[in-house]
Write a protein of this length. Structure first.
Lengths: 302, 427
């Protein structure tokens, strides 16, 4: 029984932390896809770009990967600004908002970034060094319960929490944040109010992209990175954003934690090969009951 | 004006896409010169991007060094050798198309497989249909199902590779008199074949398999798996994994720990320079397979050290973005092409039946020593080595180029160190 409780507690703790990691990867997409309806399929690859920036600053200058991610954030903001402008000029401006075209655009972007990384860095797996990687805090309860909290996942969780909280505050408490939500709800109404919705979308898209700085750093803290590894996570990040509810940043965090806990519990008690099936099973179940996702607004609310 | 800008942006994007598509799908060819006549084309797919590219890139360089050597010494049958290869992106789905193209469009004369079981196995049906000799590179036990008489494997794992691969690992851990074992494997062809062999060996030793699970290659965190295995209190943990999983499992072992006496076995990726340097001291105690390490007793492979020296010099001089050390694959990918080349020279033609017959009936000497193939195309004798990571104190890559960090524990005749328990090496 003590062994069961030990396993359960560890699975819960790791699941919550893993959820934080997933949230950090998905939060940018919850803005670009969830709020702005831009199918940024390149998001995981942009995270890999962020991971490589963290890798360079860590291996060359010895900077902590998280600090490196923070330093890179404004650069990714600028990058997002440019990408949205290009996307806007190519498609939205002429009224071609067909999501398939957008998908082709971002698929192209994915390839360009991936090939660029391969040419520049090669294909070897990269890891970073930091004192919190490979160690854990242990909470011992009695003789048989020992809950290990891996620091690298704890760091990812705390960073995701801060990012979610900050973005949520920004979107709900600031004028500009409300404008971003307004652009998601009714662009025409916003235009009639004298606000330039393109400017709002550009900044919001850049904000979503900026999260790739820290998100990428967290990715290389948790996993080994090579240029194509982002493709593995395309399904996961989109599933989390949809599960959380399009347009809900806090929903993304909750959804990520639910997926994290489900994967961890299943991996511990039923075998790790079932973990992905269970997380996508949860997505299907939730969508069957609530098609708008856990925290998404129903169609009538728009 | 805005329309022009939009069109320009599209042209730019299209250009980028075309460039990307070109880089990802264009055939690569090594120019052949100095000899007369049409070149002999050697075709293969290779993991030049994706999860196994760390090995695939060094394997390619090994084959290119072979082509360089052959062309310098007059080519094959008086004709220069030309390599035609495509990036399979570590995706087995790409392999059948690549081999069809190699044979139908590029009209290659000889075939090599890509690197690794998952990428070599999908080439088998095409090689069989076209009755071509196929040289497999590090492909685990893929001929058991086909029994194809023109398949030959460069994987020194013995006549029953799935079992031979882990045989020495189980021999090495006998000293602990173990009773129980946990087996963790990736959901992939290679790891599954390896797991089957490990379970056969474990049962032969009378071990009770207390935990047996597969993991999805996308798994980001392995601490729940190590926890669940630990809960069964195994004396040994055997792991068959690919690079992402190997790294994640080593980190999880550092974070969660284990009381098992020996951990490791078939962990691919721990031999790659970048991963070894990245994991550093976390590797201490891991007991894993390998094929070539810079230990003094490895001089049984004449020419291998010199070849690796050439590889390392080339990587440095040309600033190539590939594995800096090249121990893991370079001698083997070189030998893979070399055996085929020697057979072509000996039979004096490109007749696939004659080449296959010659390879079956003769012993070869290459940079990995003497090679003799059995009826199923596998090596008649296992030469997989078991190493234990010991005395690693930092993340410096150079230490892995020197003797001492990967001590050979088996086979006994080239032993350079003694087995120590997992936790003794991690204090």
């Amino acid at each position: 029984m003590a062994t069961f409780i030990d396993l359960l507690l560890n699975a819960l703790v790791v699941g919550i932390l893993l959820g934080g990691f997933y949230a950090a990867l998905s939060i940018g997409l919850s803005i670009t896809f969830g709020l702005l309806d831009v199918v940024n399929i390149a998001h995981p690859t942009i995270l890999i770009l962020g991971a490589f920036v963290a890798f360079i600053l860590n291996s060359q200058l010895g900077l902590d990967p998280i600090l490196a991610g923070l330093i890179a954030t404004p650069v990714f903001y600028g990058f997002g600004w440019v990408i949205y402008q290009l996307y806007y000029n190519s498609f939205e401006k002429s009224g071609e908002t067909d999501s398939l075209r957008g998908l082709a655009f971002f698929f192209g972007l994915l390839f360009i970034i991936e090939v660029g990384l391969i040419i520049q860095f090669g294909v070897d797996h990269r890891l970073v060094e930091a004192p919190y990687i490979g160690d854990s805090a242990n909470i011992v309860i009695g003789e048989e319960i020992d809950v290990a909290i891996p620091y690298r996942l704890l760091v990812a969780f705390v960073a995701a929490l801060i990012a979610t909280f900050a973005i949520q505050l920004y979107l709900t408490r600031t004028f500009f944040g409300r404008a971003v939500r307004a652009v998601a709800q009714d662009m025409m109404a916003l235009r009639l109010m004298g606000v330039d919705p393109i400017k709002v979308k550009r900044i919001a898209f850049a904000l979503g992209m900026a999260t790739a700085g820290v998100g990428g750093a967290l990715m290389i803290i948790v996993l080994p990175i090579e240029p194509s590894v982002g493709r593995l996570y395309i399904g996961n990040v989109f599933a989390i954003v949809v599960l959380g509810g399009l347009g809900s940043v806090k929903g993304t965090l909750y959804a990520a934690v639910i997926i994290g806990i489900a994967e961890s519990i299943v991996a511990t008690f039923f075998g790790p090969s079932w973990a992905p099936a269970v997380s996508f099973g949860i997505l299907l179940l939730v969508l069957a009951v609530r098609p708008e996702g856990l925290f998404g607004k129903t169609a009538g609310a728009h | 004006m805005t329309r022009i800008l939009a069109n320009r942006a599209r042209v730019w994007l299209l250009g980028g896409l075309m460039a990307a598509a070109f880089v990802l799908s264009a055939p690569f060819a090594t120019p052949a010169k100095a000899q007369s006549g049409d070149p002999i084309k050697v075709g293969f797919s290779m993991a030049l991007t994706g999860a196994l590219a760390g090995g695939g890139q060094q394997a390619l360089l090994g084959i290119q060094l072979w082509a360089e050597d052959v062309n310098k010494s007059g080519g094959l049958l008086g004709r220069p050798v030309e390599l035609v290869f495509y990036d399979d992106q570590t995706n087995p789905k790409n392999v059948p198309g690549i081999y069809s193209k190699l044979l139908d469009v590029d009209k290659v004369d000889l075939l090599l497989s890509g690197y690794g079981t998952n990428l070599a196995a999908p080439a088998m049906p095409i090689a069989i249909e076209r009755e071509m000799v196929l040289m497999g590179l590090f492909a685990m036990d893929i001929n058991t199902k086909w029994q194809y008489e023109k398949y030959f494997s460069i994987l020194p794992a013995g006549p029953k590779p799935a079992e031979g691969f882990s045989q020495y690992w189980f021999d090495a851990v006998k000293q602990y008199n173990p009773k129980t074992i946990a087996v963790i494997a990736a959901d992939a062809e290679f790891a599954q074949n390896l797991k089957k062999g490990a379970i056969v060996n474990a049962k032969k030793m009378g071990l009770d398999i207390v935990y047996e699970e597969n993991y999805n290659p996308k798994t980001p965190d392995f601490t729940p798996i190590i926890r669940a295995a630990n809960a069964k209190k195994p004396d040994l943990i055997y792991i068959a994994s690919y690079p992402n999983g190997s790294t994640g499992l080593v980190r999880a072992l550092a974070e969660v720990g284990t009381d098992a006496k020996a951990v490791g076995g078939g962990m691919v990726g721990l031999q790659f320079a970048g991963i070894m340097a990245g994991l550093g001291p976390m590797l201490n105690g891991i007991l894993n397979y390998d094929f070539f390490v810079p230990e003094p007793t490895m001089n049984l492979y004449p020419g291998a050290s010199e070849l690796i020296g050439r590889y390392q010099a080339k990587v440095k001089a040309e600033n190539l973005k590939v594995d800096a050390l090249g121990y893991y694959l370079v001698p083997w990918s070189y030998a893979n092409a070399d055996v085929l080349g020697q057979a072509v020279k000996a039979v004096g033609s490109l007749d696939q039946d004659k080449i296959a017959e010659y390879i079956h009936n003769n012993e070869f000497t290459s940079v990995v020593g003497k090679i003799k193939f059995g009826d199923n195309g596998e090596w008649v004798q296992s030469r997989t080595i078991i190493v234990q990571y010991q005395g690693i104190t930092n993340n410096d890559l150079d230490q892995f180029a020197r003797a001492g960090t990967r001590k050979i524990l088996a086979p006994a005749d080239i032993k350079t160190g003694d087995l120590q328990s997992f936790n003794d090496l991690r204090k």
